[in-house]
Design a protein around this ligand. Structure first.
Ligand code: AMP
Ligand code: MG
Length: 311
């Protein structure tokens, strides 16, 4: 493996297509990128970052048109995109019904965070790859975000096929994150854009709590996590009639679903949200989930399952 940063757009694209992780330059901070449509590749992001929980990732696309294939843009969302894209703004909108981004990248939510970055090398990668790229900041959880290619190599030199060197990140702050439902815009995170700049386009931005209180049942509650409708029972070994069994490992050959027949937590993470949805769609009286070891990504899986089991 070549550990030197390379200005190698086609190498980065080939690595993304193989399902590998790539260090990518953006104007905000460097990203740890993977094919957003490939759940196995996205699971590698969570494994590398070592977060104890899953959070939804930003999908990077080449244009507003590419973004509209994945998310539903109201006139206000489109106005924000036209004002700030390409640039340091991520928009959280409802997912299109046929959204190609995998459930894991959206942490199982019905919303998706989208951004068109302006960095020329990142633009070239997105153009040549032709698919969305999931890319959180390329730092181990709890460490500062990287703004040069060598920072990324310090963090993830062993895990990455390649780091594309695009020079120092010009903004150096994460993107601002704004959720838009209809004509309501909620500021989820301040970042590389000021509140004033955003509000010049949107008018006063809502705070996440205010919008949740004002309309508790509305999709404005963008931070609420996906949970199945059916009750969830953890650490089960078998399902009764009417229940559905989600197994893990070789002991669960005959189960309705198996998160990883081989007992691999990274594979289980890749399948988790899609399998929960599929199990819930069967309208079972309960979803029974086998014990999963809490090592590596198993910790984030356990965190998510505990919250699914406690409505
Ligand atoms: P990072 O990828 O490290 O820049 O962080 C992504 C940010 O976007 C986090 O603050 C997430 O919570 C937020 N985010 C991404 N997707 C969503 C979503 N569907 N709903 C709400 N927040 C989101
Ligand atoms: Mg980050």
């Amino acid at each position: 493996m070549d550990q030197k940063p390379l200005k190698n757009v086609l190498g980065a694209v080939a690595a993304l297509a193989r399902g590998d992780l790539v260090g990518l330059p953006t104007e905000t901070v460097y990203g740890l990128g993977a094919d957003a449509t490939n759940a196995d590749a996205v699971a590698k992001i969570f494994a590398a970052k070592g977060r104890p929980h899953f959070n939804p990732l930003i999908s990077h696309v080449v244009s507003l048109e590419a973004a509209e294939a994945l998310g539903v843009f109201s006139p206000l969302a489109r106005k924000l995109a036209k004002a700030f894209w390409p640039g340091p703004l991520s928009l959280v909108v409802a997912r299109q019904p046929d959204c190609a981004v995998c459930d894991l990248a959206c942490a199982g939510l019905d919303t998706i965070a989208l951004r068109v970055p302006s960095h020329p090398l990142m633009q070239q990668v997105l153009h040549a790859f032709g698919k969305p790229v999931a890319a959180p900041s390329a730092n181990v959880s709890g460490r500062p975000s990287p703004t040069t290619a060598s920072h990324v190599l310090e963090e993830f030199g062993d895990t990455l096929t390649l780091v594309l060197d695009g020079g120092p990140s010009l903004v150096g702050l994460e993107s601002a994150v704004v959720a838009v439902t209809g004509d309501q815009a909620t500021l989820l995170r301040l970042g590389g854009l000021s509140r004033e700049a955003l509000e010049a386009v949107t008018g006063p931005l809502l705070a996440p709590d205010a919008s949740a209180k004002a309309a508790p049942a509305s999709p404005g509650m963008v931070l609420r996590h996906y949970s199945p409708r059916a009750p969830v029972r953890l650490n089960g070994s078998s399902a009764s009639s009417g229940e559905v069994m989600i197994g893990f490992g070789p002991d669960f050959d005959g189960a309705d679903f198996n998160l990883s027949p081989a007992g691999d937590v990274v594979e289980a993470a890749a399948q988790l949200f899609a399998v929960l949805r599929a199990a819930d769609a069967l309208n079972p009286s309960a979803i029974v989930i086998a014990a999963i070891p809490e090592t590596g990504l198993g910790e984030a899986i356990a965190d998510r399952l505990r919250r699914a089991a406690d409505p």
